[in-house]
Structures are given as C-alpha cells and as structure tokens.
Design a protein around this ligand. Structure first.
Ligand code: ACO
Length: 429
C-alpha cells in the first residue's frame, strides 16, 4: 500500500491532524485514521457504511460496476471454467493450483470428509424439527472440542489442516443435519465421488438405494458453491474475523459465522425468497405484491445489497444456471420461476427500485435452483454455509498470518446517562 498522500482534518477549535490516504491495488482510496487518537477522537460509522475493518488480498468487489474477483479472477470465469475445490485452493493459497497441487489438495480434502463417530451423537440432542441452521451452529461449534488440544493457531501447517478439515467436513455435517431432520440414516462419504457428487450422495442416497449423480445438476450445485465461496468483509466473515482476532478456536469461529449467516438480511435471504414466492402464489398477484413493497409493508427479498448498487454479477450466472436446471428437469413452466422473472422485470423498470439502486442479488435465483435440485427450503442457508466456509477460513487464515494482528475492538458513541449515584429502593419513584 502506498501512503504518500495525506488529508488534513481541522476541528472547529483549530486543532488539526494529518490522515494518510492509502491506495489499494483496486477500489477507492482509504483514509488511515490511526492519527485521530492524537486528538482523542473516534469515528462514528454504524454498520460500517464507510469503514474498512481490515486490509485483505483475497476478494475484490466493485459494487457500482458489478464486479467480483477472487484473487483477481472474475467470478464469471471461475463459475464457467473452474471447480469448487480449485476455487477453495485459490482462495486459501492465492494462486490457482498446478495439476499436481490440485490432485494433492483433492486427495487431502477427500480424506478428511468423515467426522468422528462421537460427533454423530450431538444430533440426538436436537429436536428433529430444529431449524437446520440451529443444528449447524451447534455441531460445527462442537468440532472445536475434537481438535482443540492438537491445534496451534500460530502454526501455518496446523491452520491449513483446520481449513482442510472444515472444507471436507462441512458437507458431511450438512447432509447429516438433513438426514436427521427427515429420520433417515446418515450416509457415509464415498471417495469415488467428486466433492459435490459426494455431498449430493450423502443428501439423497439411502442405504437401500445407490445414488447416481446427474452431471448437469452436480454442475449447478458446484456453481452455487463457487458463487458463494467468498464475499470480502460481509457480516458473517467479519464475525469470523472478530471472533478469531481473540485467538479463538477456528471451528468455534466458523460456528459464529454460521450464526451470523442465518439472518434473513444475509444468508437467510434465499429461504426468504422462496417463502415470498410461495406467499405470492401466482404470477397474477405479482403487481399487487409489488405495490406492498413500494408502500414499505415488506421488502422484495433477493433484491438489494449493501455493496452492489448495480446487478450482482453472481445473480446473472445464477439466472443462467436456473434456466439450465429447469430445462434439464423439464420444469421450464415452473410457476415459481415465472413469478421470479415477472418480479424482476417489474423491479428493473420501476423508479422505486431504480432510484434506490436495488437489483437482484445472488439469492434471488439460487432458491429456485436449490428447490429444483430437491433441497428443502430450510436447508438453503446451510448450502450457503457449506460454500462460504472456505471464505471464512481463508479470511481467518489471512488475519492469523499477520504478525501484527490485534484483537478487534470497536469503540462507541455513548448516549446513555451521565454519572449518577445509587438510590435506595424506598427512595425510588
Ligand atoms: N425491497 C424493497 N426496498 C428495499 C429493499 C428490498 N429488498 N432493500 C432496500 N430497500 C430500500 C429501503 O427501504 C431503503 O429505502 P428508503 O431510502 O426509502 O428508506 C433503501 O432501499 C436502502 O435500504 P437499506 O436497508 O438502508 O440498505 P442496506 O444497504 O442497509 O440493506 C439489504 C441491504 C439488507 C441487503 C437490503 O437490501 C435487504 O433487506 N434486501 C432484502 C434481503 C436480501 O435479499 N438479503 C440478501 C443480501 S445478499 C447476501 O447476503 C448473499
């Protein structure tokens, strides 16, 4: 980072301070506010609208131009040409793997897919109708109990093994979560399958029936994982970083990321989109529904994004994938898809959405694809978590590799009572 330029901040009392202007390799310049402490000042920026919480070399987003790069590679190219484990390697190590590195990485991930048999017992503690994300928070958090003593988070090899374990075991735990909810036995991972085939097998096979993967559907899920793999400093990733900044166990940190992802304003949006489409019920009711959105009775789920003020590049890939999957399954007349297209067409022309720069985000179409793949709505955010795990652990690893790492500690603007003295109960009114 170059920091030759400075901005000067002058207060109304005449005091001033110079703030270095930092330039990244891409994206807007950033003011370095370290010197504010010389004046005893903090900044106030709730919800981080204008604040970079860290520096990173992993993912770049230009929300106005609708660009998303992983380690410099445009998401559209990766979604078309790459596979998920290659993207995992790229995010974690910074470069695409050679053939040899790829084979080694695949082998190592494949040989970490089983979970300790004792982990399976955790499921019995949950009601079978528990939300799968609640189960994921608990069971992924429980992984921390299995590797804690043998893990030195300051050792890069140990961190890599933790990353491999997480990438490998998340699909297994996600599939177990689903099987538990429907009362079917857990299916063990099979090394003859690719990463995504294996996940689909663990989800859909039964001991009585072999699973034969459909390559087009496998490719669709692979794309969903690739599109969700990382998204720089979003709410769940920032949660993982903040939890990790204290030196906490990485499996526990990822569980905190899963908790943050669950909310409808973040990873819960794809589930919320499907619920919304179910509520609308028919394409004839789309106009009426949109009136309610504009009257601010409810939000159009799957629309809008904190960073993208243009088309989310992942949404375009997802829309194409949606066409492909529905064609493969001969579901081109799917009423949900028709409603989604109708909503999108109205929104893209409507001044309410244009003025607020609200465009479809990745989740607008991912729910329809997941539903067509046979994945129940309550599992949608779990699928997102499986894909995002590599982003969380890559960002955690980047932070942990920084020798100047410090515990994250936001400050506040205090608006509460000033000092007052304790009053005995009989004197209170
Ligand atoms: N439908 C209708 N109006 C919306 C929507 C929406 N989906 N999103 C934002 N707006 C409106 C707000 O009402 C507000 O209008 P106003 O200026 O008249 O008050 C304006 O647009 C700005 O909205 P904010 O909530 O301030 O924008 P913010 O950047 O904080 O919110 C968010 C981003 C949370 C994603 C929001 O767009 C939203 O709730 N979208 C629906 C949920 C969703 O799809 N989330 C998925 C995000 S992508 C992901 O996590 C993978």
């Amino acid at each position: 980072m170059k920091n030759k330029r400075v901005a000067t901040l002058t207060l109304d009392d005449g005091r001033s301070v110079e703030l270095p202007i930092l330039a990244g390799t891409l994206g807007p310049d950033v003011l370095d506010l370290h010197n504010l402490s010389k004046l005893g000042l903090f900044t106030y920026d709730p919800a981080f609208f204008s604040t970079a919480s860290c520096s990173s070399k992993i993912t770049f987003i230009d929300g106005d131009a609708g660009l998303l790069y992983y380690r410099g590679y445009p998401i559209e190219q990766l979604a078309e040409k790459s596979d998920f484990l290659e993207v995992c390697y790229l995010l974690l190590h910074g470069e695409l793997p050679t053939a040899e590195q790829s084979a080694d990485f695949n082998y190592r991930v494949k040989h970490h897919t089983m979970v300790h048999d004792q982990l399976a017992r955790f499921f019995n503690g949950f009601r079978r109708d528990a939300h799968p994300m609640a189960v994921m928070v608990g069971v992924v958090g429980a992984l921390s109990a299995f590797y804690h003593d043998s893990l030195d988070i300051n050792n890069s090899e140990h961190r890599e093994i933790s990353a491999l374990r997480l990438i490998a075991k998340l699909p297994t735990i996600a599939a177990m979560t689903y099987k538990y909810s429907i009362g079917e036995p857990f299916i063990y991972p099979k090394n003859k399958f690719s990463y995504v085939e294996n996940f689909m097998c663990m989800m859909f096979a039964t001991p009585a029936e072999e699973y034969v993967p459909n390559p087009k559907l496998v490719r669709a899920l692979e794309r969903i994982f690739i599109l969700h793999a990382d998204h720089e400093q979003n709410a769940s990733t920032s949660t993982v970083r903040l939890a990790g900044s204290s030196g906490a166990n990485p499996f526990a940190c990822v569980a905190s990321g899963i908790a943050a992802l669950w909310g409808p304003a973040h990873g819960g949006a794809n589930e919320a989109v499907l619920k919304m489409l179910e509520e609308i019920g028919d394409v004839s009711r789309v106009e009426e529904f949109m009136k309610g959105v504009k009257d601010k009775k409810y939000r159009l789920m799957g629309f809008g994004h904190r960073v993208y003020k243009n088309m989310d590049p992942r949404a375009s890939v997802m829309r194409d994938t949606c066409y492909e999957v529905l064609k493969e399954l001969r579901l081109e007349d799917d009423p949900m898809f028709k409603m989604a297209i109708a909503l999108e067409q109205i929104a893209l022309k409507d001044p309410y959405f244009i003025e607020r720069k609200l465009y479809p985000n990745v989740d607008f179409y991912s729910g329809i694809v997941l539903r067509a793949l046979g994945i129940p709505t309550s599992m949608f955010t779990v699928i997102f978590a499986v894909g995002r795990t590599i982003g969380w652990i890559s960002q955690w690893n980047e932070m942990m590799s920084d020798s100047e790492r410090k515990i994250g500690r936001p400050r506040q603007l205090y608006l509460g009572e000033t000092k007052r003295n304790y009053m005995a109960v009989n004197k209170r009114r």
